[in-house]
Design a protein around this ligand. Structure first.
Ligand SMILES: NC(=O)c1ccc[n+]([C@@H]2O[C@H](COP(=O)([O-])OP(=O)(O)OC[C@H]3O[C@@H](n4cnc5c(N)ncnc54)[C@H](OP(=O)(O)O)[C@@H]3O)[C@@H](O)[C@H]2O)c1
Length: 270
């Protein structure tokens, strides 16, 4: 199975847990050196772990596509994909493809990766998308892909990108034969919690001690990667129905159709 963002706090814990369960894991990492270091650390604990580091930059659609092509060349059959890599950028920036970075990394890249990998999934495969409680306050509107610098808010844009991933999970589950689920890690003590703001030090002091460990944060995703359920929302140790407000979101089909068309226009074969 593939785990993206395998160098991160939650990602590396998910790799550890899935390797312990006997899965061969492809650690999809932006930085191969960092990935190899995490792999070595995990192998010291579990010498029989089957781990392979592969490079992918989720901020580049071409890189995602190259990653898929090299898996196809290897003739890999996949038992799972955990779309875990994510960012919460402090400021507005565009990717080489011309999309806002947070939207590109948290939504467009996992969308393209999942859609292009579909022919490689085994019938009982598991796809798990990492969402967030910021989805509660987020909106995906018709201007989602065209947001300008003035529209950018660190938490707001992050939440919108995660809501889009959540809506994709629902749309994909309706179309896929395999297991498609979503996981919310809660508030986890990770690099991502640094907002790169003046109050980080204060927040570290007051807030961090109450955050979950990365191991606990990985648990919902690990449960989702091994479940018999479909289209469920995993959080903590629980597996719930996806809340109605998301299931009834009027943008689900618009978002699917628009993303398909947008990626096809970029030359990707879905
Ligand atoms: N921490 C929380 O409280 C929390 C809450 C809700 C949801 N989440 C979600 O949980 C997931 C994991 O976050 P985390 O807390 O473990 O944060 P993290 O430690 O910062 O890990 C993020 C991972 O994403 C990777 N990544 C970032 N940009 C990338 C790119 N362009 N291409 C490829 N990989 C890229 C990072 O790679 P590098 O190591 O190279 O930077 C890292 O491996 C994210 O999707 C996040 O949104 C976290």
């Amino acid at each position: 199975m593939i785990i993206t963002g395998a160098t991160g706090s939650i990602g590396s814990e998910a790799v550890r847990a899935m390797a312990k369960k006997g899965h061969a894991v492809i650690m999809a990492c932006r930085n191969v050196e960092k990935g190899e270091a995490v792999k070595q650390r995990l192998l010291e604990e579990n010498p029989s772990a089957r781990l392979q580091v592969m490079q992918v930059d989720m901020a580049s659609l071409k890189s995602v596509n190259r990653f898929v092509e090299s898996l196809k060349d290897q003739g890999v059959a996949l038992s799972g994909l955990f779309n875990n890599a994510g960012v919460m950028n402090r400021s507005f920036a565009l990717t080489e493809d011309g999309f806002e970075q947070t939207v590109a990394v948290n939504y467009l890249a996992p969308y393209l990766l999942t859609r292009r990998l579909m022919p490689l999934f085994l019938p009982d495969a598991h796809v798990v998308n990492m969402v967030s409680l910021t989805c509660h306050l987020a909106h995906v509107d018709r201007d989602f892909f065209d947001k300008k610098e003035d529209d950018f808010r660190q938490l707001g844009t992050y939440g919108d990108s995660k809501l889009a991933l959540l809506l994709f999970t629902i749309a994909l589950s309706k179309r896929a034969g395999f297991h498609v689920n979503m996981a919310d890690p809660g508030v986890v003590n990770s690099k991502m919690l640094h907002m790169s703001r003046w109050y980080d030090g204060l927040a570290d002091l007051l807030f961090r001690p109450f955050c979950k460990s990365p191991e606990k944060g990985a648990l919902p995703a690990v449960n989702a990667l091994t479940t018999d359920e479909r289209l469920r929302f995993f959080s903590g140790n629980r597996c719930k129905r996806v809340p109605r407000k998301y299931m009834d979101n009027p943008q689900i089909e618009w978002l699917w159709a628009t993303t398909e068309a947008l990626l096809q226009r970029q030359g990707f074969d879905l």
